[in-house]
Design a protein around this ligand. Structure first.
Ligand code: AHR
Length: 319
């Protein structure tokens, strides 16, 4: 009788493992870490590369990943986080679609004893005990790099249009701030129009089409990501102008399509934002679960690309 019960229990455990793609489920007693990850969406090439990096790194690290796509809506991310709390995952990680409005749900996670890791984007919360660490880029610095390049590579009056990322998102706020900080040294560089394109290619195209009609003599487009820059390039071409010659284009990210456009001469300069955060996230999640201390901030290493540098980097670019 005892032998039969033991066999049945073994069969149940094996089916549970199979249902989780071969990785041990939470609470199975095998020690596998369960990570609930609430992603922003799939708005850009950067985001697709980021999601892939997280999924592949979880697989490689033997982490059971529960993944949700919020389709760029804060309420969806909050719902996903609440569901991870209910499921009693070991660690929650998320990339907040906007900076504000997280305190309540983060407090719920804290009360449930589930540590939270911010990935890619920060929250604007005074209570830093609501999360254990923040892994991601320095977006203000990215904006500074874009502004510094324009200051060094332009003369005379320069009329800039800015395509902002999602309103209220950390990279949109910070990339604007860093850029403005640097161009302040050159009062003849003026941002004559600035609007959100929501980090999407279609958003960038639509906003640029309107700007080309309403704003005469645009010299430069500063797009907060490659996708919006690529959308703007389509609008510039449709208006009979040559991107990279009639209108210069500066973007942030460095995804393959952006790098290709830079190599082709349609983009002038790209500030890199690295989406390959998966491995670092898994390492941090394991440390947090083990009760080890982790730094409050982990900044991603990044570079910039000129045309020649893009040509050299393209053959080995992973995303
Ligand atoms: O938070 C990172 C930003 O979000 C990337 O620059 C952009 O492409 C993405 O949508």
């Amino acid at each position: 009788m005892l032998k039969k019960i033991a066999t049945a229990a073994g069969v149940l455990l094996l089916s549970a493992l199979a249902a989780c793609g071969g990785q041990a489920p939470a609470g199975s007693g095998t020690g596998a870490l369960t990570l609930g990850f609430a992603q922003v969406g799939a708005e850009s090439g950067w985001r697709t590369a980021n999601t892939k990096s997280i999924q592949e790194a979880a697989q490689a690290a033997g982490v059971v990943l529960k993944f949700s796509d919020a389709q760029q809506k804060q309420e969806n991310q909050i719902k996903a986080i609440r569901s991870y709390i209910q499921q009693k995952v070991d660690v929650i990680a998320f990339s907040p679609v906007v900076e504000t409005g997280w305190d309540t749900v983060l407090l719920e996670a804290k009360r449930a004893g589930i540590p939270v890791i911010l990935t890619d984007r920060a929250v604007d919360s005074e209570d830093t005990s609501l999360y254990r660490t923040f892994l991601g880029s320095d977006f203000v610095e990215e904006g500074r790099k874009a502004g510094a390049w324009l200051v060094a590579n332009s003369t005379g009056p320069v009329s800039v249009v800015e395509l902002q990322g999602t309103t209220g998102a950390a990279p949109a706020i910070d990339r604007k701030k860093g850029f403005e900080e640097k161009i302040a040294a050159r009062p003849d560089i003026k941002v004559v129009a600035s609007q959100t394109g929501d980090f999407t290619r279609s958003g960038g195209k639509q906003v640029m089409e309107a700007m080309l009609k309403s704003t005469p003599d645009i010299d430069v487009v500063y797009a907060h990501n490659d996708d919006m820059g690529l959308g703007a390039i389509e609008a510039v071409k449709a208006a009979g102008k040559v991107p990279g010659r009639d209108i210069r284009v500066i973007t942030v990210d460095g995804v393959r399509d952006g790098m290709q456009a830079l190599a082709n001469g349609e983009i002038d300069f790209i500030v890199e934002c690295n989406p390959l955060l998966g491995k670092q996230l898994m390492d941090l999640a394991k440390k947090v679960k083990a009760g080890e201390s982790v730094p409050q901030r982990v900044v991603t290493e990044e570079t910039t690309f000129t045309r020649e540098q893009a040509k050299a980097a393209l053959p080995s670019r992973q995303y």
